[in-house]
Design a protein around this ligand. Structure first.
Ligand SMILES: N[C@@H](CCC(=O)N[C@@H](CS)C(=O)NCC(=O)O)C(=O)O
Length: 215
């Protein structure tokens, strides 16, 4: 049975559509229009109590029991376990995968997300102070990622993992948070390599704003 993806066209939603495409898991799309407050509807709060997309419902779960999951990091871990894919076999790389997944959820998401917000604020003083703070932090995070990718092809190490899908969801919006990847050559090489993958392209192209059954 298909997994239900409850999402919208945002970096956090795209992480999951990319992962589902890469894993070849069948899924249906259930748009949650966060610009119209649909994330506060009781049926959605049943599966995502923090009123944020994405969330998934797997009618069969992993052991035959219906399972819903919210928080994109938890969803990626669930999908990796379900599919047996993009979860490094080597212990060192598996923990590196978790480290970079947590790095994304805790930092490289919230920080560029603040840039996306404050860049549109009209009051110049509010905008300047907040942008200075969050741009600086966003650029620092790109530097951290660049140094990691100078040593390894992927965030976990030698293999592509769910940590890459998590980080890619936000790197996909680098133009919106005004980061030029030319300044981060290792991130750029990694980014271009991932974006050339057909399943990644499908994950970014799929319409997350229109309900869809299993494709
Ligand atoms: N930590 C959460 C963040 C999810 C998140 O911030 N989602 C945004 C869209 S990208 C959202 O649903 N916002 C709706 C709201 O704030 O009410 C995750 O990784 O899943």
């Amino acid at each position: 049975m298909a997994i239900e993806l409850h999402a919208w066209d945002t970096p956090n939603g795209r992480k999951i559509s990319v992962a589902l495409e890469e894993m070849g898991l069948p899924y249906s799309i259930h748009p949650v229009d966060i610009s119209k407050g649909k994330q506060f509807e009781p049926a959605f709060l049943e599966i995502s109590p923090n009123n944020r997309i994405p969330a998934i419902v797997d009618p069969e779960g992993i052991t035959g029991r219906r399972q819903s999951v919210f928080e994109s990091g938890a969803i990626l871990i669930y999908l990796a376990q379900k599919s047996g894919m993009f979860r490094p076999a080597d212990d060192t790389e598996r923990f590196a995968c978790l480290e970079w997944l947590m790095f994304q959820v805790g930092g490289f998401g919230p920080m560029p997300g603040q840039v996306h917000h404050f860049i549109t604020v009209e009051n110049e003083n509010d905008r300047r102070y907040a942008l200075d703070r969050f741009m600086k932090e966003t650029l620092r995070l790109y530097g951290v990622m660049d140094r990691r990718l100078a040593k390894f092809p992927y965030f976990a190490g030698s293999v592509l993992s769910i940590a890459d899908f998590a980080i890619l969801g936000w790197a996909w919006r680098h133009e919106r948070h005004k980061v030029d990847l030319a300044g981060f050559p290792n991130v750029k090489r990694w980014y271009n390599g991932l974006m050339a993958r057909p399943a990644v392209q499908r994950g970014f192209a799929v319409d997350l704003k229109t309900p869809r059954g299993v494709a």
